[in-house]
Design a protein around this ligand. Sequence first.
Ligand code: 6J7
Ligand code: CA
Length: 136
Amino acid sequence: MRTGLQRLEDNINFLRSVPLLKDLSSDVLAKIADALEVEFYPAGAHIIRQGASGDTFFIISAGSVKVTQRLAGRREDEDIRTLQRGDYFGEQALLKEDCRTASVIALQPGVECLTLDRESFIQLIGDLSELHEKDY
Ligand code: 6J7
Ligand code: CA
């Protein structure tokens, strides 16, 4: 049987491998591991809907997702990019206190994300310069 402590260790080891988090101390990584929730999504699920309000930041721990966006005046969503294990999304609505700027959809069954609520995100990783240097 895997214990809660082993799962916590697994999560810390995974977080260490996420490029965004590479400069964080073990202390902060442990706090992130303590604060995060694990969420699963079926194929085709809208993890994020453009225009909705949002309070959650996501790191993909298994599977892949596509990011789509409806540009002003267009009638259809456009595919922007796909993301996979180790990638993250959902920071824009948290940093800018605004609505979701794109949609994010699970591409296969069993997409797994580690999520942080707004408060933990702001407190633990909201200052990372990579997030503030994004130009979208
Ligand atoms: Br990943 C990603 N790429 C883009 C992009 O090119 N434009 C926009 N607007 N968003 C992108 N995203 C992510 C980003 O993390 O999609 C998320 C949708 O919710 C966005 O954060 P959000 O606006 O909270
Ligand atoms: Ca939950």
